[in-house]
Unconditional design. Structure first.
Length: 256
């Protein structure tokens, strides 16, 4: 990273503090440049969602070589969501720590990570909506257990309360390769859709049935876990779906 690029990044992260700043580094005709982007997260002091429009405009200006974001009030050590995001982007990630200072905040340290094949565990992973959430966990389970790559639709924070969104509608499930089955016929590998305090009155939580009366799922702001499928979870279940052309499952636990 060139000194001029680093200087521009530092100016942006300090200006955005205590929000998380985000942006990209682009290279055009051999010259490197930092382009600030808007953070669209509903809680920008806790995480970032890089504006797709800003990213598209940056791509028009050169080859994107790195994603940049700041960690306000904490070290630049990459979180689990950072590591997963880095793998998905297939780009370098630059993380800059900004700490309180007198009379103004200061840049503390910087870490650069690169894709290295990291995969978050199925059990015990941290929560980060859109990156490590209930749908991401289901996607990872199907990818690892039967080699099926499910769609990964963009999902804004709180989409289930916006009065319109229905990411788990019947058409979406069928287009992803699922067919609906009765709850009484539930089997290993079935996808369970639940409605958990959704103002849109639509399913907003997904889980995988892994056998022995257990589900694998990831609730907001908790670690992913295996839980007994009964009681509350059955009460909030709205539908059960099965892959139309499933690969035989060899595990009932979803190993982490």
């Amino acid at each position: 990273m060139k000194p001029k690029t680093e200087k521009a990044i530092h100016a942006h992260v300090l200006e955005q503090y205590p929000r998380e700043a985000c942006g990209v580094i682009v290279v055009r005709r051999g010259r490197e440049r930092y382009i600030p982007c808007q953070n669209l997260a509903s809680t920008p002091d806790e995480h970032f969602v890089l504006s797709p429009r800003d990213l598209a405009e940056a791509e028009d200006q050169g080859d994107v070589t790195a994603i940049v974001h700041s960690h306000p009030d904490v070290p630049a050590r990459p979180s689990e969501a950072d590591r997963v995001g880095c793998e998905r982007s297939e780009l370098l990630w630059v993380i800059v720590s900004v700490m309180p200072g007198t009379p103004s905040p200061v840049v503390a340290d910087t870490q650069v990570i690169e894709p290295n094949g990291y995969e978050a565990p199925l059990v015990g992973r941290s929560w980060a909506h859109g990156v490590l959430d209930c749908w991401a966990l289901c996607r990872d389970w199907y990818a690892r257990e039967c080699g099926v790559l499910l769609p990964d639709p963009p999902r804004a924070d709180g989409w289930w309360d916006d009065g319109a969104s229905d990411l788990y509608g019947d058409d979406a499930m069928r287009s992803a390769g699922f067919r609906r089955v009765d709850l009484k016929d539930i089997a290993i590998g079935d996808l369970i859709l639940m409605q958990v305090r959704s103002k849109n009155l639509v399913p907003n939580h997904a889980a995988v049935y892994i056998g022995d009366g257990l589900i694998l799922h990831h609730m907001a702001d908790r670690l992913s876990s295996r839980d007994v499928y009964g009681g509350y979870w059955q009460e909030v279940t709205r539908s059960v779906w099965r892959l139309s052309n499933p690969t035989p499952f060899t595990t009932v636990t979803g190993q982490p």
